[in-house]
Design a protein around this ligand. Structure first.
Ligand code: URA
Length: 275
């Protein structure tokens, strides 16, 4: 390959351009500008965590939702799944999220139904997209260390994302993409039925806890997450990818991990006393 082409590809990779969306280039600067419908997103200020993800992608207004047919399809498919394996099959057949077209493969959750703690992150990155498993890259390695620090291990917890396909260039999934996948995410939580749900990072915490607050305000607080008729204890934490960029904030993560460990101990003690 000629040297200048190699250099161009390197430059693209450095700029975060790591996927071809089409076989032919498009000059977007010559296309007419189509205004987004409706008012600007209320919470349009940049989310404070997840600096690894690109902020350049235009974000649709908050009220934007997937087409009703897509939502209906997702709700019906998710509700009909009786096991995690069935849910995975339904996701494989689901065509309602555009990310499927650009991702290499579906990255479904890892772990067993009945896991005591379930962690939900944002979306797969490049390593996860290649390997088909969540949190296997650098952020995943840090997550493993975080788990180990309170006596947990990957094989004993359940790990998933709010969106199971990698967004191109690692950008943040749009509200429409997240909403399209939400019935599957919720059903996954119901089927795993953890005692504790941990939301890693803003997109996960804001989506699952139905909040517009910044992750810096949500983290370190307990919520009740409604999974059908059951209330699951839910904790928001900073995302490991954020901690890789802001190691100084690891002290906050350590505080949250201690909260998590305390709650696990409390629930285990309660379970022992009732037997
Ligand atoms: N970041 C996420 O949110 N999820 C992954 O699976 C990997 C990195």
């Amino acid at each position: 390959m000629p040297d200048d082409l190699v250099q161009l590809l390197r430059w693209y990779a450095d700029m975060g351009v790591d996927i071809a969306l089409d076989a032919m280039p498009h000059d977007r600067t010559r296309e007419p500008v189509v205004p987004l419908p409706g008012p600007v997103r209320e919470n349009a200020e940049p989310v404070k965590d997840e600096p690894l993800r690109s902020r350049a992608t235009p974000v649709p207004p908050a009220h934007a939702a997937p087409a009703e047919a897509v939502q209906q399809d997702a709700r019906e498919a998710a509700a009909s799944a009786r096991t995690l394996a069935e849910l995975r099959d339904h996701l494989l057949a689901f065509e309602g999220c555009g990310l499927k077209a650009t991702a290499t493969q579906l990255v479904f959750g890892s772990g067993e139904a009945g896991a005591e703690v379930m962690f939900v992150g944002e979306a797969p990155g490049a390593d996860e997209d290649r390997q088909g498993a969540p949190f296997v890259g650098r952020a995943g390695q840090l997550l493993d260390k975080m788990l180990a620090s309170i006596g947990l291990e990957r094989g004993k917890v359940y790990i998933a994302n709010v969106v199971p396909w990698r967004p191109p260039g690692n950008r943040t999934p749009t509200p429409i993409e997240t909403a399209a996948c939400l019935p599957f995410t919720r059903r996954q939580i119901e089927l795993v039925a953890p005692k504790i749900l941990v939301c890693l990072g803003a997109p996960s915490a804001q989506t699952l806890l139905n909040s517009k607050e910044a992750i810096t305000r949500l983290r370190g607080r307990w919520f009740d997450y409604a999974a059908g008729d059951t209330a699951i204890r839910a904790l928001a934490m900073l995302h490991p990818a954020y901690l890789l960029r802001r190691p100084a904030d690891k002290r906050l993560a350590w505080r949250d991990l201690r909260l998590l460990a305390k709650e696990i101990a409390r629930l285990r003690a309660g379970a022992e006393n009732s037997t």
